[in-house]
Design a protein around this ligand. Structure first.
Ligand SMILES: [Zn+2]
Ligand SMILES: [Zn+2]
Length: 238
């Protein structure tokens, strides 16, 4: 969660999903900002089959459902990056509405999913529910939507159970709140650790390569190379 980041509450189409070596996009994505935290709920799909996932439905479920209908994709799964309220507040409601399974995050965030109602009350979010995902994710596992395969990287530090979804072919990652454009996830919440977070980024994400583009939980996306060179938390300036 990061209150300092905000953007106009308008859905954004993403260009990062086009592989430069291909003549046509293999995937599409749209970002639907949700909750008072302007969290980047992301609908991502296989361009060929229109099979889709919803990353981090933090709230404003009617707005997410409207975006799904407008995009004309078939949502088959809900994928969670971590357990914070702005990422999971609408997950149980969306699962009921779409009759699809919730996948992720890592089980180390179970304490957050068990306390969604309590967290929601702190921010005036009503109608949220505690829930368990249909599948926990662990380091090295893979998840699929259509012909797209994502590797799971367990990247604790912002929360203990944060995971990053990485697609090698598309040179793309969804990093949740682990890394931001010019910043990193906050580490003052329960289970957070700044040293662990920086290790997750430097040891697991940056080695994937400078060309990897990413969507993050708040604000504009970036690439690992851009952040490696300019992000003050990675260059040693902070
Ligand atoms: Zn978070
Ligand atoms: Zn967040």
């Amino acid at each position: 969660m990061n209150l300092s980041l905000s953007r106009p509450a308008k859905n954004r189409h993403c260009a990062v999903m086009t592989n430069a070596n291909e003549t046509k996009a293999k995937a599409g994505a749209i970002i639907v900002p949700v909750t008072l935290f302007e969290q980047n709920c992301t609908i991502l799909w296989d361009a060929e089959t229109k099979q889709a996932v919803v990353f981090d439905p933090g709230g404003d479920v009617p707005k997410i459902l409207a975006a799904i209908e407008k995009t004309a994709v078939k949502v088959e799964k809900i994928w969670l990056t971590h357990g914070h309220i702005d990422h999971v507040g609408g997950a149980a409601e969306l699962r009921d509405a779409l009759k699809v399974p919730i996948v992720g995050p890592h089980q180390a965030d179970k304490f957050l999913l068990d306390n969604v109602v309590t967290s929601g009350a702190q921010f005036g979010m009503s109608g949220v529910r505690n829930f368990a995902p249909d599948r926990w994710l662990a380091e090295g596992e893979q998840v699929q939507i259509g012909a797209l395969t994502f590797d799971i990287l367990h990247c604790p530090g912002h929360s203990p159970g944060s995971v990053v979804y990485y697609n090698k072919e598309l040179q793309f990652a969804h990093v949740g709140d682990v890394l931001f454009n010019g910043s990193v996830g906050r580490t003052d919440l329960p289970g957070g650790s700044h040293a662990t977070l920086i290790s997750s980024i430097k040891d697991k994400l940056l080695p994937l390569g400078d060309d990897i583009g990413f969507i993050c939980g708040h604000g504009a996306g970036s690439s690992f190379g851009q952040e490696r060179l300019t992000n003050p938390f990675l260059t040693g300036e902070m």
